[in-house]
Design a protein around this ligand. Structure first.
Ligand code: GLY
Length: 316
């Protein structure tokens, strides 16, 4: 059995490429890297890689992570600038015995020494978004609704599982701000003996529940990934609401080592993409109805509209 699941519709081209590798016996580490790089390289996705939206100083600072579920090796970069594919740097760092998580200049120095591709990640389109937002500064800053971190979980035919993330984080964040995506157990976790999970939404709140580890822990106790995702999201949402009066956006995806998957969210219109040995790459939309998440295959009209709005010309 093989499979790959990812947050947001933006991942479907990537998981379609990964599928080719997985069905011909490819490695879950390489396949998930292929899939995430595809998202990082596409300039119209505003919250990942090239074209990602900048921090308040108009710099694109990126976070990414990789985890190998066989060895539990982790690599991550945070607040890294000017490198094309942060996920590949994170995957490379997972091979080190120590110094697995590097930030800012340290991460850039490592990436440079290792020969990773340098690239100015700030596009003209992102600059327009920045200038528009500066005009609206009186508004409260929120993560881009419907368009956030890419997080994935992958299972290959040998039974190896991986998890990975990549994001430009919160638009207009403070310089140096780090969200959940490069934090093990919060943005991602993978254990080939159980399964993996990844999260998207408001990093500051996702971290409060170590939500990806919690989902894997629940699966280890015997829960199906769907129930594990719903339990973790509903519980964290309720705790945050009780203690703080509100909960940020929390959306998660998970897969166990049998290729069974689950998804949960506390927002409207969360989309995700999945491909397994039994299922061609498919985009779903999900909604939380009284604690249970109902997934519907996205219509062609929704898919067309998604791309049209992402790629529409921007006026200053
Ligand atoms: N979930 C991504 C972030 O908060 O940075």
């Amino acid at each position: 059995m093989w499979g790959i699941i990812a947050t947001w519709r933006m991942a479907v081209e990537g998981i379609t490429k990964a599928k080719e590798e997985l069905e011909s016996g490819g490695d879950a580490g390489n396949a998930i890297e292929t899939a995430i790089r595809e998202v990082e390289d596409f300039p119209y996705y505003k919250s990942v890689g090239y074209g990602g939206l900048p921090n308040e100083e108009m710099e694109v600072e990126l976070d990414a992570a990789f985890m190998d579920g066989n060895t539990l090796s982790i690599g991550a970069v945070a607040a890294i600038k000017d490198f094309a594919n942060p996920v590949s740097i994170a995957k490379r760092l997972a091979k080190e015995k120590v110094n697995n998580v590097l930030v800012a200049e340290g991460a850039e120095k490592f990436a440079h020494k290792e020969g990773f591709e340098r690239k100015n990640m700030l596009t003209d389109r992102a600059k327009i978004h920045y200038r528009k937002r500066v005009k609206e500064l009186s508004q409260e800053i929120k993560p881009y609704s419907g368009h956030d971190t890419v997080g994935m979980v992958c299972l290959d035919q040998s039974g190896k599982m991986t998890a990975a993330t990549s994001t430009s984080g919160l638009f207009m964040k403070k310089k140096g701000r780090v969200g959940d995506s490069p934090i093990a157990g919060s943005g991602f976790y993978a254990d080939s003996e159980v399964g993996g999970a990844s999260a998207t939404g408001l990093g500051e709140d996702l971290m409060k529940g170590c939500i990806s580890y919690e989902i894997v822990r629940l699966m280890k106790e015997g829960m199906h990934p769907q129930l594990a995702c719903e339990t973790a999201v509903n519980h964290l949402h309720a705790e945050l609401t009780k203690r703080r009066g509100e909960a940020g956006d929390l959306s998660v995806i998970a897969m166990n080592n049998q290729g069974e998957w689950g998804v949960a969210t506390n927002i409207e219109g969360f989309s995700f993409a999945v491909a397994t040995q039994k299922e061609a790459p498919t985009v779903y939309l999900t909604k939380n109805v009284d604690g249970h998440c109902i997934h519907e295959v996205a219509s062609q009209e929704w898919l067309d509209n998604y791309m049209r709005t992402r790629m529409a010309p921007l006026e200053e």
